[in-house]
Design a protein around this ligand. Structure first.
Ligand code: NDP
Length: 253
């Protein structure tokens, strides 16, 4: 028996990186998985890898910023799998720059993907969760929510996501739905590789500098985030609501 036997989980941005690890973890413990991703090719690659492990996986090419696409994707999950129990708002992007160089487009794009995207998916999914009087929503924030130079847009969005999470927890708790947030620190993924590339530092060097600031002395892996997400998604975590857990190798200010 797995912790998530019979559960249906949607993971946005689930084809690679942290989202892929979350999908794998929930599937390994019994959940049926729906992956939403903006790009068809990487979506199918990720989904096929999971299917090869024997997991039940459906995919929807979905830009989470587009409300119509989200509504129809969530409906498709409910039609195919019968319900929606778990939503992990994981899809994310970065458009880093110092404030004086940050463009309106970079600001808006980051707000849209993290905030509008999570709003669209949560509003669409809660309908099915309320119907069943059960749900688990987990929003992927970041240590950057506490401030990070070069990330005015991303920090604001990730902090906003924490406020959003707490409000969902207050509104939806009475329906058996919890909303919590996982805030990762430095995790080795395409996103951190792209950051190193953008600032022109070899990835190994970039990692070494990041790790020197982490109390446990090593960088996080997507599996570390998946582990925390699975805790919030567990039926046994029903009294844990509106919380943020920093998974960052040390305490955060
Ligand atoms: P990746 O860049 O590896 O993966 C992000 C995923 O989100 C991709 O699959 C991407 O799709 C998808 N995505 C982006 N925009 C959209 C959209 N509009 N609609 C649907 N899907 C979209 O990132 P990570 O795995 O590193 O990050 C996952 C989450 O964790 C993000 O929210 C990120 O902000 C957060 N995080 C990451 C940290 C890290 O150190 N890596 C630290 C703190 C937080 P596609 O493949 O098509 O591009």
């Amino acid at each position: 028996m797995g912790r998530f036997d019979g559960r249906v989980a949607i993971i946005t941005g689930g084809s690679r990186g942290i989202g892929y690890a979350i999908a794998g973890k929930l599937a390994e413990e019994g959940a049926k998985i729906a992956l939403f991703d903006i790009e068809e090719q990487s979506l199918e690659v990720g989904a096929n890898e999971l299917r090869e492990s024997g997991y039940q996986v459906m995919t929807r090419v979905t830009n989470i910023v587009e409300v119509d696409q989200v509504e129809s994707a969530v409906k498709a999950v409910a039609n195919q799998f019968g319900k929606v129990d778990i939503l992990v708002n994981n899809a994310g992007i970065i458009r880093d720059n110092y404030l004086f160089k940050m463009t309106d487009e970079d600001w808006q794009f980051v707000m849209d993907v993290h905030l509008k995207g999570s709003f669209n998916c949560s509003r669409a999914a809660q309908k099915y969760m309320v119907e069943n009087k059960y749900g688990r929503i987990v929003n992927i924030s970041s240590t950057s929510a506490l401030g990070n130079p070069g990330q005015a847009n991303y920090s604001a969005a990730k902090a906003g996501l924490q406020g959003f999470t707490k409000t969902l927890a207050l509104e939806l708790g009475r329906y058996g739905i919890t909303a919590n947030s996982v805030a990762p620190g430095f995790i080795e993924t395409d996103m951190t590789r792209a950051t190193a590339e953008r600032i022109g530092v070899p990835f190994e060097e970039f990692m070494k500098a990041a790790i020197s600031q982490i109390p446990v002395g090593f960088g996080g892996k997507p599996a570390d985030i998946a582990n925390a997400v699975a805790f919030f998604c567990d039926e046994a975590s029903g009294f844990v609501n509106g919380q943020v857990i920093y998974v960052a190798g040390g305490p955060q200010a």
